[in-house]
Design a protein around this ligand. Structure first.
Ligand code: PXG
Length: 438
């Protein structure tokens, strides 16, 4: 057990109230299947797949073994100018399950890096085609695209941006689609809100299409609180961006690899973006990895340059790290052999019914869901936004359940290998906690 019995620690924790944490440390020491074990030996149900990443639960034997073997065989290979077999195999394997035409994978180590990479590819792509004036990037209010400067800039969560200066220039944001009056307690995709995609036309009218490189959205927004796209919304974004030569980027860091019961949200919604960013479920959270999947036209544009040599001056020391690739290959194998995406699709209606049974419970103002993602929104406590949510998070751990909570929104997004009993447990414990919350 580390020494954290003081009011400061060497470990500066991310997205955490460090001072509050140190007064009452919460430590997960091990994990197996659907449960974490705390340092003091308690079992905690993982109701949110860690941070949306542990699609296969914890300690999957085939994945663990693949990582072990890889570490003994090739612990590192230079990412630039040298390849290794698993990098090619994993890229190919991912391309196979992405929508037709999205077939080239650039490896990163996180979702944040994937987003910044995708934005850079978009800018460079236009420039290579003689449209270097296309430099504007459009995100969405409440979007979360990680914490790099690109991702922060197109992102729209205020607390993630406001202390970090002017960010990138030339960024706009579409309005978000969250509207309790119109859409509260929708099951699946809400009926209202497709017209909000038309705001893109307004931005194009303001700036002219010739200045806009790309639009990036999460097909289902995760972090800000599980916002499911209104029916027809993504189709409209695709139609408008196509018409104006603007690239459409789906940030599928959360939605790819089975979360919606399909390999990608693009497949689920039958809307094909030009670029998809991935991470999390790519390795089921076991070894850090992210990636950008680009379509053929984009890749070919880079490969057809007059100049020989490096086509894209971008990459990371750990792009396609052998351990991550090994984990990714093992994870893809499990996805396929065990029919994990289909299993998620089959379980989704059960999760939907379970979370919607919380309608009418104290403090609950909305329940939203799609696939194996759900969000339960609470009315804020009079003491401030997030107070009630944080209290719920703490009580969840006391009651033996890890819920990821952002502000006053609780996400239930269990590993795709969960049983119905795990969903029941997560929801019944939540119901009990809601009844006790001030
Ligand atoms: N894009 C999306 C859509 C994400 O959800 C990132 C990019 C950044 O990925 P990295 O790997 O750099 O963290 C994310 C990450 C939460 C939560 O509780 C969500 C994320 C990360 C941590 C917590 O909602 N999403």
């Amino acid at each position: 057990m580390p020494n954290i019995e003081r009011n400061r620690a060497s470990y500066w924790m991310p997205f955490t109230g460090n001072r509050e944490f140190l007064k009452n440390p919460r430590i997960f020491a091990s994990a197996a299947g659907m449960f974490y074990q705390t340092a003091d030996g308690r079992e905690i149900l993982d109701a949110s797949s860690g941070l949306w990443c542990s699609t296969l639960g914890h300690g999957h034997p085939a994945v663990t073994e693949a990582i072990r073997v890889a570490a003994g065989k090739l612990d590192y290979a230079p990412a630039f100018q040298i390849g290794h077999p698993l990098a090619f195999e994993l890229a190919e394997r991912i391309a196979r399950i992405m929508p037709e035409g999205l077939e080239h994978v650039f490896f990163t180590n996180s979702g944040s890096e994937a987003v910044d990479t995708a934005l850079k590819i978009a800018l460079a792509f236009h420039r290579l085609r003689g449209q270097g004036g296309r430099t504007r990037l459009i995100g969405r209010v409440n979007g979360y695209h990680g914490v790099g400067f690109g991702g922060m800039s197109v992102g729209g969560m205020v607390k993630n941006r406001r202390t970090f200066g002017p960010l990138l220039a030339g960024i706009d944001h579409l309005p978000h689609t969250h509207n309790l009056e119109k859409n509260a307690f929708s099951r699946g995709q809400p009926a209202w809100g497709a017209h909000l995609a038309d705001e893109l036309e307004g931005l194009i009218a303001l700036h002219d299409a010739s200045t806009i490189a790309a639009v990036i959205v999460e097909p289902v927004a995760g972090s800000a609180g599980v916002f499911v796209p209104p029916q027809g919304y993504l189709q409209r974004l695709r139609e408008i961006s196509n018409r104006h030569g603007i690239l459409l980027i789906f940030d599928e860091v959360i939605t790819a690899f089975g979360r919606l019961g399909t390999a990608s949200a693009a497949e689920k919604f039958t809307v094909k973006p030009d670029i998809i960013t991935i991470a999390k479920g790519m390795t089921a959270g076991t070894v850090p990895m992210g990636g950008v999947v680009a379509n053929r036209e984009i890749y070919d544009t880079f490969m057809q340059q007059q100049e020989t040599g490096v086509e894209l001056f971008h990459g990371y020391t750990y792009s396609a790290h052998p351990l991550a690739c090994a984990a990714g290959m093992a994870v893809m194998q499990v996805y396929q052999e065990d029919g994990i995406f289909g299993r998620a699709a089959t379980l989704s209606p059960y999760l939907e019914d379970a979370v919607h049974s919380l309608r009418g419970a104290p403090h609950v103002v909305d329940v939203r869901n799609l696939g194996m993602m759900s969000g339960i929104e609470l009315a804020p406590h009079p003491d401030g936004a997030g107070v009630r949510g944080h209290e719920l998070f703490l009580r969840g751990l006391d009651a033996g359940v890890f819920y990821r909570v952002n502000g006053d929104i609780v996400a239930i997004a269990p590993p795709l290998v969960c049983e119905r009993t795990h969903i029941d447990l997560a929801v019944s414990k939540l119901r009990g906690i809601l009844a006790q919350l001030a």
